[in-house]
Design a protein around this ligand. Structure first.
Ligand SMILES: [Zn+2]
Length: 307
């Protein structure tokens, strides 16, 4: 309890608002030396879960801490921040938002007081400008007062290709990907432990969501498969230690969506009907299939119909 007393004392001295003191540290697991992860629940966002549905974590270097991702609401972000302070008092210098989706970005507000670099894909500011206000209204509707404090944080540091960040004797390489899950996807590699954070470029157990380009996503998976990694952290689902084999179910699903949608287009099946014909045998293999599969086929149809 000693650390906790110390941190509450520090908070009081700095006059931080009551929200920070209400934080309940997220439960985390150390998945590799200095890398901590909180597993999101495999569900839709609700007030009860505070949109804590994505995997969130942090990497501790000799000089500083990097957060990936900050979580789905300011409350989750506060709880993640409290979990970090259980482990280390080193400065939180980087907060990475792996892509534009609400469950990965709205925790960022909780880290403003740390004055970190908020890191995002070069296309993230444009995407946030288009969707941010809508996402925030949606979050307030879904979470009610549990959304309090959540806001759109515009990234302060953009990654357009590949960039290395030094946490103190610990290099994390961040890559910007082409359109795939979204058009703002980043992946991170902790060079020391060969731990690969994939954001929602990788879904395990939960059905992948196509919001960028399904063809582009398959292409990005090909290049990611060439990486040597000791473990891979998906945006949703358990950590995979078998890499690149962990990609196989997702790649199979996405390829079936592409092949099935192309066939439907050739057969003159219309966009409204296509979801009932494409990749329906995948239903038993994925959580939340009913909620997202039809939407995925519709997205693939729009992408593929003019090929
Ligand atoms: Zn996502």
């Amino acid at each position: 309890m000693r650390w906790r007393d110390a941190s509450i004392g520090a908070v009081l001295c700095l006059g931080v608002p009551p929200l920070a003191m209400a934080a309940t540290p997220l439960t985390t697991t150390q998945i590799a030396p200095g890398i901590y992860l909180h597993a999101g629940v495999q569900a839709e966002a609700t007030a009860a879960n505070e949109d804590a549905i994505a995997n969130v974590g942090f990497i501790v270097g000799d000089a500083s801490v990097l957060v990936v991702d900050p979580g789905g609401s300011a409350r989750e972000g506060e709880d993640l921040r409290a979990a970090i302070r259980q482990v280390t008092d080193r400065p939180i210098r980087y907060v990475v938002m792996t892509h534009v989706h609400p469950d990965h970005i709205f925790g960022a507000a909780a880290f403003k007081e740390d004055g970190p670099e908020f890191i995002g894909h070069a296309k993230l500011p444009g995407s946030l400008a288009q969707r941010g206000a809508f996402y925030l209204r949606n979050l307030r509707r879904e979470l009610g007062e549990a959304a309090d404090g959540s806001e759109v944080i515009v990234p302060t540091h953009l990654v357009a290709t590949t960039e290395a960040f030094d946490l103190g004797e610990r290099i994390v390489t961040i890559r910007a990907h082409g359109p795939a899950h979204t058009d703002t996807d980043l992946s991170l590699l902790d060079e020391r432990t060969r731990t690969l954070f994939l954001g929602d470029l990788l879904f395990v157990e939960r059905i992948p969501v196509i919001d960028g380009s399904v063809v582009g996503w398959l292409h990005e998976l090909d290049s990611l498969a060439d990486f040597t990694a000791a473990r891979a952290v998906p945006g949703h689902g358990p950590v995979a230690v078998d890499w690149p084999a962990a990609l196989v179910p997702e790649r199979r699903y996405l390829q079936k969506v592409v092949d099935g949608t192309r066939l439907a287009i050739r057969q003159g099946i219309d966009i409204g009907e296509a979801p009932r014909h494409v990749a329906i045998d995948e239903q038993r293999d994925w959580l939340l299939f009913e909620a997202y599969h039809a939407r995925n086929v519709t997205a693939a149809f729009k992408e593929l119909e003019w090929e």
